[in-house]
Design a protein around this ligand. Structure first.
Ligand SMILES: Cc1cc2nc3c(=O)[nH]c(=O)nc-3n(C[C@H](O)[C@H](O)[C@H](O)COP(=O)(O)O)c2cc1C
Length: 162
């Protein structure tokens, strides 16, 4: 199984998560490639599954991430397994604090991408990955790579179940 991971990263954190996912997919005996989402959309001949990742910034996601998901529908790739992930600031530790700042996290890049993927009728993996970054520019929180590895493993199981 070959998985393409498309990512947007300003400071390298989302790219690091994309790389960890790719590495885990390879470790599981599959193939993967990663590409900056801003580059020309690659030929999906031979690509079995797609993962799209981007940071949440100002509560939003880069337009390009949404257009890539719409492109999958336009090109008839509605049967290929798709998953989305984002990177975010450190989540508040209490529900009260979360309530105050939730517009910056929820739905966030990951929720927006999921909604677009659902609207397009894509074969969306229901689990999502959100990796926290410390400060605005990173580095990634300590548990981020572990979460990325678990997510990659779960996604591959989903993709193989079709
Ligand atoms: C201008 C700006 C706005 C941001 N807005 C949010 C936000 O609304 N919610 C959030 O969780 N993180 C926010 N962040 C933190 C980003 O999520 C973080 O910079 C990003 O995940 C880092 O990933 P990257 O290195 O791949 O760009 C913001 C960061 C910047 C620089």
């Amino acid at each position: 199984m070959k998985t393409l991971i498309l990512y947007r990263s300003y400071y390298g954190n989302t790219k690091q998560v994309a790389e960890a996912i790719a590495q885990q997919i390879n470790t599981l005996g599959h193939q993967s490639s990663i590409q900056d989402i801003r580059l020309r959309f690659p030929d999906l001949q031979g690509v079995d599954a797609i993962i799209v990742g981007a940071p949440t910034r100002m509560g939003r996601v880069t337009r390009k991430a949404k257009s890539v998901l719409r492109h999958l529908k336009r090109k008839g790739h509605t049967d290929k397994p798709v998953a989305v992930f984002d990177t975010i600031a450190i989540l508040p530790s209490t529900p009260e604090e979360m309530e105050k700042v939730k517009k910056w996290f929820s739905p966030g890049a990951v929720g927006i991408m999921q909604n677009v993927a659902r609207d397009q009728g894509l074969n969306l993996f229901s689990e999502t990955l959100r990796c926290e970054v410390t400060g605005m520019k990173g580095p990634l929180a300590e548990n981020a790579i572990g979460k990325a590895i678990a997510f990659a493993t779960a996604f591959i199981s989903f993709a193989q179940r079709r």
